[in-house]
Design a protein around this ligand. Structure first.
Ligand SMILES: *[C@@H]1O[C@H](CO)[C@@H](O)[C@H](O)[C@H]1NC(C)=O
Ligand SMILES: *[C@@H]1O[C@H](CO)[C@@H](O)[C@H](O)[C@H]1NC(C)=O
Length: 449
């Protein structure tokens, strides 16, 4: 016969085991309820995160809404699963010899079993007598809480966030390393010469879209994949647009970003990023072939072309109506100094290349006129090159119209506004007006007209 005090300890142990099967990290040992059951009808708790969807517990609050389970369910009330979701916890006290299980996000997991929560790997592990799901703590590329915060401030920020499904399950670090890819623009872009243009800023149109002005000449949207090569893609896209525009459609080609990625390897880091001045220098000295001849693989593999030679040496065809023999080369790239200079350049010569600082919230941009949120400044950021193809103004119900740039990104058509985004213009948002470049294409028709 056990003494009374030992019996109490044993009962205590069993209670601990019973509640730890529920694996509620913060509230272990507390009575299982009622919390949500005090406030809501069974199965009819709240959905969004609202303060009233909560119940007092200890000296704080626990939650009875779907949001509590998104992260690591640390905020869910102990009776949330049973009361709100109708999932009955296993109330039988497990045999101590039986291996322990974890109850997590409404499911049971065996000891040692792994699962993924967004970008983090988790494992049902034992902590002394308890079994609990433990997760890595990486910051994810898509954080539901950040999206929710942005969408709550939509009227002030001017844009919406969404869950871009290709980015779900990836870490923020992967996003910054492999979805951007432009190294230190202040060093490389400031080495290039600025140009001064003579024009009347007052005469610039209120809006402009290069696709309307040159309907067949402007490149579409590419997807760089998980390769930090925006340096190569934005360079070839701007150069391709310039070839088509300056040849009046005679040389409407897509230049090969893969050629640049694989062959411009001196001082560049391939899928880990590149310098824009070196990319433009490569186009100027050696030139590129077209996309058909050297298609995009998104891998930093061995260059399969010799640096010098003709299109034929490279095994590429010239365009149908062209006498071109040489690879496609450009003149020296030049820097554009301010908002109206950039506009004038796009209006007369076509899209330009811009480099911007990318904060976390940019990855989840869905629509609207982007400006980065304060919260996003707290986390890792990086530089990314894009192609500005126009601008416009959007009427706002209070105050002056909101001016924006119209920009092509390289994350596929599914992202943003069909692959494009709009970003605040005139205030150097994300430094987008600091590193803007234009270039002249050396077309085959040069000197003929
Ligand atoms: C985001 O999208 C992915 C893939 O479509 C999906 O598995 C995930 O549950 C979504 N996340 C949220 C919070 O909606
Ligand atoms: C940009 O610079 C040009 C001179 O290069 C000047 O005429 C123009 O007003 C400037 N624009 C802005 C927005 O500061």
């Amino acid at each position: 016969m056990l003494p009374r005090s030992n019996l109490a300890i044993l009962t205590g142990l069993l209670v601990t085991l019973a509640t730890s099967v529920l694996a509620i990290p913060d509230y272990t040992g507390l009575p299982p309820g009622p919390y949500c059951a005090n406030r809501y009808t069974a199965g009819r708790c709240c959905q969004g995160r609202q303060d009233e969807c909560s119940a007092p517990i200890l000296s704080t609050l626990c939650y009875c809404d779907d949001f509590c389970m998104r992260h690591r369910e640390e905020d869910c009330c102990p009776d949330f699963w049973y009361h709100c979701k109708g999932i009955r916890p296993n109330v039988t006290v497990p045999d101590i010899s039986e291996h322990r299980r974890c109850f997590f996000q409404g499911r049971y997991f065996d000891h040692g079993q792994t699962l993924k929560v967004n970008c983090n790997s988790c494992k049902c592990s034992s902590l002394g007598p308890r079994a609990e799901v433990l997760c890595e703590e990486n910051r994810c590329l898509v954080e539901p809480k950040l999206n929710e915060e942005i969408n709550m401030q939509r009227d002030i920020l001017g844009w919406n966030a969404g869950n871009h499904s290709e980015f779900w399950g990836r870490t923020l670090d992967e996003g910054v390393q492999l979805r951007l890819g432009t190294i230190n623009p202040s060093q490389s872009v400031y080495r290039m010469n600025p140009v001064r243009r003579i024009y009347d800023p007052e005469a610039l149109p209120r809006d402009f879209d290069a696709r309307t002005r040159w309907p067949r000449e402007i490149s579409g949207i590419q997807d760089q994949g998980w390769c930090g090569a925006s340096w190569a893609i934005s360079t070839t896209n701007v150069a391709s647009d310039r070839f088509a525009i300056m040849s009046k459609g005679m040389e409407s080609i897509d230049l090969s970003a893969q050629h640049l990625l694989s062959c411009n390897n001196r001082g560049q880091q391939g899928c880990r990023g590149g310098y824009l001045d070196r990319a433009w220098m490569f186009l100027r000295r050696f030139g590129l072939v077209d996309e058909q001849c050297y298609p995009w693989t998104g891998r930093n593999d061995v260059c399969r072309l010799r640096k010098r030679g003709t299109l034929r040496d490279a095994g590429c065809r010239s365009p149908p109506n062209s006498m071109r023999k040489e690879l496609y080369k450009v003149g020296p790239a030049y820097r554009l100094g301010n908002e109206t200079d950039i506009m004038q350049e796009i209006l007369t010569s076509g899209p330009v290349q811009a480099t911007m600082r990318v904060y976390q919230d940019f990855f989840v941009y869905k629509s609207g006129i982007y400006k980065h949120s304060r919260t996003a400044e707290l986390y890792q950021s990086g530089y990314h090159s894009v192609r500005i193809i126009g601008w416009g103004e959007e009427r706002s119900y209070r105050g002056a119209p909101i001016k924006y740039w119209l920009v092509a990104n390289s994350w596929g058509y599914q992202w943003g506004e069909d692959g494009f985004f709009r970003i605040l213009r005139g205030s150097n948002e994300c430094e987008i007006e600091s590193f803007v470049l234009g270039v002249w294409a050396k077309t085959d028709t040069e000197g003929q007209s």
